[in-house]
Design a protein around this ligand. Structure first.
Ligand SMILES: Nc1ncnc2c1ncn2[C@@H]1O[C@H](COP(=O)(O)OP(=O)(O)OP(=O)(O)O)[C@@H](O)[C@H]1O
Ligand SMILES: [Mg+2]
Length: 330
């Protein structure tokens, strides 16, 4: 119970204040089970009703579904989104997430001929400009979020074409401007990209914050990148638990073991046992392949596609594309 207002009055007040264009989704949580109270809540403007005690996963599922129902449609003219959003998420820094995201995007384009967008989701310290040799003068996500309206044409203008044939949405050129991007922006931008590209590959850093979770929500697959060491396994375990508590379907989560052939004393079997999750993809340890790309400002798929690392990433891209084809076929 609130001190002066009850939940019904709060709902009514929100509805009165929001005007005709906005709609704040409201879920009423209550101990009262009878139909009259329920109807009263709905009449006062609640969109959904949940009786205590409830499972947190149910609350989250209902909030998600309301957010999806009432999130603003930004571009009425855009085609229906049919592309796949693939997140590459490093549960710990330095495990190779950016290397895999960038090169998987290029491999998907080169090997399967798909249209591919690559998004740098590491807003404060995005590395894509360096990895792809794109200067600070190139447009970034800030040019989208600072415009009065976001539509497909604006997004198209901000995407930067890389020599490999993929289009890149760069992170802001400086950390201060990263704050302009809010959790509400990404779902809308990803939706627009999905209606233009077959694949939208997003490089996401380790923070499990609102912004990253909204990106996860929009993703068809979340590739969690890890290495076989204790610190990385510990983080992945926490991430898997958190995503399970937030009711993310396990089938959307793929584990990618990077540098799988490096000697760490922890085998693939041990890692799978510790995580109670199968490793879906293994990428070999190939320091020369990885570094040759970095030093030349050219991704390994461009500079040394025949290296062990290049071949492993091409194989992963083919499997990703085959999965998507299976999903489309139903
Ligand atoms: N399979 C691999 N074999 C050998 N070295 C690799 C491999 N993958 C990545 N690396 C190297 O690991 C380092 C970190 O890679 P990268 O920047 O892609 O990781 P990250 O997880 O995105 O890091 P950050 O937390 O800084 O964003 C780089 O020097 C890269 O060349
Ligand atoms: Mg990175």
């Amino acid at each position: 119970m609130l001190p002066r207002l009850d939940g019904y009055a709060v709902a009514q007040r929100i509805r009165e204040d929001e005007g005709t264009t906005a709609h704040v989704p409201i879920v009423m949580l209550t101990a009262e089970g009878d139909v009259e109270q329920r109807i009263r809540g709905l009449r006062m403007g609640a969109d959904d009703y949940l009786m205590k005690p409830f499972h947190p996963a149910e609350l989250i599922a209902r909030i998600r579904s309301l957010l999806a129902r009432f999130s603003p449609t930004l571009d009425a003219g855009a085609a229906a989104p049919t592309g796949s959003v693939l997140v590459f998420y490093g549960a710990k820094g330095g495990v190779g997430t950016t290397t895999l995201a960038i090169n998987a995007a290029i491999a998907l384009h080169k090997e399967t001929g798909r249209n591919v967008a690559l998004v740098d989701g590491n807003l404060q310290f995005g590395d894509h400009r360096v990895f792809l040799d794109l200067g600070l003068d190139r447009k970034s996500v800030v040019d989208i979020v600072s415009a009065p309206t976001v539509d497909a044409e604006l997004v198209r203008q901000v995407m930067v074409r890389h020599d490999s044939g993929i289009d890149v949405l760069l992170a802001p050129p400086s950390p201060e401007t990263a704050e302009l991007v809010t959790p509400d922006h990404f779902p809308a931008i990803l939706d627009i990209l999905r209606s233009t590209y077959d694949f939208v590959v997003v490089d996401v850093d380790e923070r499990l914050d609102e912004l990253n979770l909204r990106i996860f929500d929009a993703a068809q697959a979340i590739h969690v990148v890890l290495t076989a060491d204790l610190a990385s396994l510990k983080n992945v375990r926490i991430v898997l638990e958190t995503l399970a508590n937030l009711a993310y379907e396990r089938s959307r989560i793929k584990l990618v073991l990077n540098r799988s052939t490096a000697f760490t004393g922890i085998s693939v079997k041990n890692a799978e046992g510790a995580l109670r999750h199968r490793i879906d993809t293994q990428i070999v340890n190939d320091y020369r392949g990885a570094i040759s790309g970095l030093n030349s400002g050219q991704p390994v798929l461009e500079s040394r596609p025949d290296s062990a690392l290049g071949r492993a990433i091409v194989e992963m891209a083919r499997a990703i594309d085959a999965d998507r084809q299976r999903e489309i076929a139903g």
